[in-house]
Design a protein around this ligand. Structure first.
Ligand SMILES: Cc1cc2nc3c(=O)[nH]c(=O)nc-3n(C[C@H](O)[C@H](O)[C@H](O)COP(=O)(O)OP(=O)(O)OC[C@H]3O[C@@H](n4cnc5c(N)ncnc54)[C@H](O)[C@@H]3O)c2cc1C
Length: 416
């Protein structure tokens, strides 16, 4: 089933009766060539690119809940390529290029909106850092414009300029940054993988990983044993628990991140805006809700729910930046589990167990990474070689000390 304007029009006139499920509901087979544990954005994208780029279709994605129920459906949907360090810079640049062609590639409306992202700065030191970051982005071939205070005022008139605790000095404007509808990204990749023959198996929790003589042989699940020569762990916030099933202890901690959405408002916030003096970022959804979030809860936990201190931090930062937000009613708040590495950068690598691969450590920023992560993880699993744009995301950097400390936003970033 392909989506196109004529199809939508015809279905609309004929009662929408011929739409079909976007993916099958197969039972697991006893054996596959490859298994992907985790049906979030990264797992589904990995399966999709294994099938599309490498022709490997005898694959199953094993998801303990429903597809898209994890952080892929809980994030604040920000997509950007404004990383600074070599290693991250080229990876996120590659990801943004994939985002730009994704709707056509998947034949799916993921509502990718390049509305522009503005990172505000509030001191001379922050301006210098923003200029350096902007230069790094330009050197990578991406876009960046350094705005002064008056230029920001023109674009974002609703910020507090006159009585602000932290005066706005300017902003780093990344025009190609923006948002995408998060769960549609999961659905689009799921549909694309299913169309290529991948089995997407929901309500199938992996409870054990079988290893024989240093080589993975399959997994135990709540729906039986499944054999495979290659297994990818792509379970984001649950990575440390799943890796422990194979006896691995990883440099990853899980922490809760909360998000908020207000009642629908008339369009008032055209960009994605981030605050420079606290962790706060905001955009407006196509339905009109202001979508925003803040910092981690630094108490490590696997509980995907929020708490009042999180509410306090986020609303305080929001009010400081744009007092108008105090007049909007918050409709919903929710939490998701973040897989935090100590240096704030991800891991896409082989593990010490033959045939067992790892895609994890996405911290706050794994949504924008979904296309490139799937692309590079598929490359790794298919060829046993790291993809060039993900070559620095090695597991052994925590042993060798070759960290990719982008911003010190690792698991203990309050201690950096
Ligand atoms: C509130 C919030 C805001 C965020 N905002 C942004 C943002 O604006 N921009 C951005 O780039 N990133 C953002 N992120 C981060 C981003 O959402 C995550 O990094 C990313 O979604 C994680 O990868 P995933 O999609 O594969 O994870 P998930 O969707 O969590 O997928 C992992 C899957 O593994 C499954 N699983 C776990 N254990 C097992 C098991 N034993 N067996 C089978 N399946 C299992 C889970 O059920 C889950 O579905 C945010 C996250 C949160 C929570």
């Amino acid at each position: 089933m392909r989506f196109n304007a004529l199809r939508v029009f015809t279905e609309g006139l004929t009662g929408n009766r011929r739409w079909r499920s976007h993916w099958r509901k197969p039972d697991p087979k006893p054996e596959y060539d490859m298994l992907i544990i985790g049906g979030g954005g990264h797992g589904l994208a990995t399966a999709y690119y294994l099938a599309k780029n490498h022709g490997i279709t005898n694959i199953a994605v094993l998801e303990k809940g429903y597809l898209g129920g994890g952080s892929i459906g809980r994030n604040t949907t920000i997509v950007r390529a404004n990383y600074f360090l070599p290693g991250n810079s080229e990876f996120y640049s590659h990801s943004l290029k994939l985002w730009e062609g994704l709707e056509t590639d998947l034949n799916y409306n993921i509502m990718h909106s390049q509305r522009g992202l503005i990172n505000l700065f509030h001191s001379d030191g922050q301006r210098d850092a923003a200029a350096r970051r902007g230069n790094a982005m330009l050197a990578q071939g991406d876009d960046a414009i350094l705005l002064d205070r008056e230029e920001v005022r023109e674009i974002l008139p609703y910020l507090d300029y006159d009585q602000a605790r932290f005066p706005v000095y300017g902003g780093l404007y990344h025009k190609r940054g923006g948002t995408a509808r998060h769960d549609a990204v999961a659905w689009g990749y799921a549909r694309g993988a299913d169309q290529r023959g991948v089995d997407l198996i929901e309500n199938c929790e992996v409870t054990g990983i079988s290893v024989d003589a240093g080589r993975v042989t399959g997994v135990t699940t709540t729906r039986g044993q499944i054999r495979a020569r290659k297994v990818g762990i792509v379970t984001a916030g649950r990575t440390s628990q799943v890796a422990a099933m194979a006896g691995l202890r990883l440099p990853i901690e899980s922490h809760i991140l909360q998000a908020f959405v207000t009642e629908g408002l008339k369009p008032c916030l055209d960009h994605v805006v981030t605050f420079g003096m606290g962790h706060f970022y905001i955009s407006q959804s196509d339905k009109g809700g202001l979508v925003f979030g803040g910092d981690l809860d630094f108490y490590a936990s696997y509980a995907a729910r929020g708490n009042l201190p999180g509410v306090e931090q986020v609303t305080e930062a929001g009010m400081t930046l744009m007092p108008m937000i105090g007049r909007a009613k918050v409709l919903r708040s929710w939490g998701g589990i973040m897989d935090m590495t100590p240096d704030g950068s991800p891991i896409i690598d082989r593990t010490p167990i033959d045939g067992l691969y790892l895609d994890a450590g996405w911290c706050y920023g794994g949504f924008k990474a979904v296309p490139a992560s799937g692309w590079c993880m598929a490359h790794l699993m298919a060829t046993d070689q790291p993809h060039p744009v993900a070559g620095r995301f090695r597991l052994d950097r925590f042993a060798t000390g070759e960290l990719l400390d982008e911003e010190g936003t690792g698991s203990q970033h309050n201690l950096h």
